[in-house]
Write a protein that binds this ligand. Structure first.
Ligand code: CA
Length: 423
């Protein structure tokens, strides 16, 4: 599919993240104004709440589903309404829209540079997976040796744990370094300290847009997914190493999870579908994909120390490196009977490629701290230091256009002083 041209000139630039082909959904405010639903186009945000109130574009003729600071009510309408609304937006914003329509849309829009962005949906529940083979192999090799790198179940099910929806924050939120219980290999007893090995995990987040009340097939799971965001699962490696056996991560993952501000819809990503890699072990029938359900999305991680004038790219990889798709993860999630709800967020698991510059965490990039990485400034890092800003970006590359997500960024600020703790 070529670039779809819009009368919003900035949406036709080959390097914009938000051409007419994209139309991602977010929540914005300007100054002290209310939070409103918005759609990104070029360098502007269309006020979707305003268009609905004015009767110019409605997702539901009966209800004001966009009269809310989140897209959950819209998602609940289902795939037919999602498609109709997207077609309506594309008509209003297409190059050949008449001048009256253009003028009205300009009146219901703001420059993106003047807006604050908020969480685009109410996160119902949050689950994080461990579905990147290169990541699992790297981490397993460091923790258990190359012979036991992949646990015996790994090639048969997408492994996951239930995280905290309350810890999900939007891009731009500062991240406070956590305190926690950890035990250094050099000491016999654990200590309660600020995390010393604070890290990122480069992931994609899939947003569930439909309810299920029983097991769903992989195809049904794919149909239930509304869209995708970039996701950074901030991780305290020293807390994790001490707590993770036998029930998996807990406080190591409870500080924050940052997501990018725009929900990129499955419809916008449709041209970039790709198959998961070849199976080493055949999956049981309930987890087999009936078609390509992963996406070709180039991903990039950069780090900027507080003192540095610019960020250094520290990793580049692609979402297609995942062993399991979000649809497979969602299908697996429902097998034992747990209902899924609109607004459930599924983290893909860390995305790493086969080579060193493709690793999606500092744990892997610095090989557990043994091989610090060097930034453009000449500074070195094994893990995150206070004042460092970590940014994920991603885009799918079409024919003369890109589908982007907006940055997924956060600056790590110092841990609380010991005197501020309640013990
Ligand atoms: Ca993770």
């Amino acid at each position: 599919m070529p670039l779809l041209r819009s009368w919003v000139e900035s949406a036709n630039a080959p390097d914009t993240e938000f051409p007419l082909n994209n139309l991602p959904y977010g929540v914005f405010s300007v100054g002290e104004g209310d939070l409103r639903c918005g759609v990104a186009i070029g360098d502007r945000i269309i006020d979707a709440t305003g268009l609905e109130q004015a009767g110019l574009l409605r997702a539901d003729p009966q209800a004001d589903v966009l009269d809310a600071p989140y897209w959950n009510d819209f998602m609940e309408l289902g795939p037919v309404a999602w498609d109709a609304y997207r077609r309506g937006l594309q008509t209003l914003l297409a190059e050949d829209a008449d001048e009256q329509v253009q003028e009205t849309c300009v009146a219901y829009s703001v420059p993106m540079a003047e807006a604050d962005l908020h969480l685009p949906f109410k996160v119902a529940e949050y689950t994080d997976f461990y579905a990147g083979r290169h990541h699992a192999t790297n981490v397993g090799t460091m923790f258990r040796g190359p012979e036991n790198a992949l646990p015996p179940n790994w090639l048969h099910i997408p492994i996951g744990y239930n995280g905290r929806a309350s810890s999900v924050v939007v891009s731009g939120t500062d991240i406070r370094r956590p305190w926690g219980q950890l035990k250094s290999p050099d000491h016999d007893v654990p200590a309660f300290l600020p995390c010393r090995r604070f890290d990122i995990e480069l992931e994609m987040g899939a947003i569930v847009g439909q309810v299920s009340n029983g097991p769903v097939s992989v195809q049904q799971a794919d149909d239930m997914i509304f869209g995708y965001v970039l996701l950074n699962d901030w991780s305290a490696r020293d807390i994790q190493a001490w707590e993770y056996q036998p029930l998996g991560p807990f406080q190591a993952k409870a500080t924050a999870t940052t997501i990018s501000p725009w929900i990129v819809t499955k419809a916008a990503l449709e041209p970039f579908r790709t198959a998961t890699p070849a199976r080493e072990k055949e999956l049981l029938p309930h987890l087999r994909e009936p078609g390509p359900m992963l996406y070709d999305i180039a991903l990039n991680v950069s780090m900027q120390p507080e003192s540095a004038a610019q960020a250094s790219v520290i990793a580049q990889t692609n979402y297609r490196e995942m062993y399991y798709s979000a649809a497979q993860q969602l299908a697996h999630h429902t097998t034992a009977g747990s209902p899924m709800n609109v607004g459930d967020l599924l983290g893909s698991g860390t995305i790493s490629g086969p080579t060193k510059p493709e690793r999606g965490s500092l744990l892997e990039l610095s090989w557990g701290g043994k091989e610090p990485i060097t930034l453009q400034t000449g500074e070195t890092r094994s893990f995150i230091e206070d004042g460092d800003t970590l940014t994920l970006t991603g885009h799918a590359a079409g024919d003369g256009y890109r589908i982007g997500f907006g940055p997924c960024t956060g600056t790590v600020i110092p841990a609380l002083d010991a005197a501020e703790l309640p013990y």
